[in-house]
Design a protein around this ligand. Structure first.
Ligand SMILES: [Zn+2]
Length: 119
């Protein structure tokens, strides 16, 4: 079973990468990566905050393949969104980073022996 620190490291990498790719300020890649890595580190804990790992079968809906699929579809729609206002651009950035970190948690859990439930 992946531990919290491992989830945070993978979430930071996922969040930082998505933040750098979703970068309007073309000269701010490093700042964007760092901010995304920080948010990704925190957001990668969300699945285990929703469904704490207090017993071996803690993985429910928020750890499921169905949830991961819905999250992925939502992130594709979000990626295609082209907001004009600054606050909307910030919202898009934050949601993409959070979604990537959340997905990284589920993908890491999926390669454990118990994997993820379908629903
Ligand atoms: Zn988990």
């Amino acid at each position: 079973m992946a531990n919290r620190v491992e989830h945070e490291i993978i979430g930071a990498i996922a969040g930082g990468t998505v933040a750098a790719l979703n970068n309007d300020a073309k000269d701010q890649y490093a700042v964007n990566f760092a901010a995304g890595a920080f948010l990704g580190k925190v957001a990668a804990r969300l699945p285990d905050l929703l469904e704490p790992a207090i017993h071996p079968n803690h993985r429910g809906f928020f750890h499921s393949w169905l949830f991961l699929s819905v999250l992925g579809a939502g992130m594709v729609k979000l990626w295609e969104w082209e907001p004009e206002a600054t606050n909307q651009k910030v919202l898009k950035w934050a949601l993409l980073v959070t979604g990537a970190a959340y997905a990284s948690h589920l993908l890491r859990d999926s390669i454990t022996p118990k994997s993820l439930p379908i629903v």
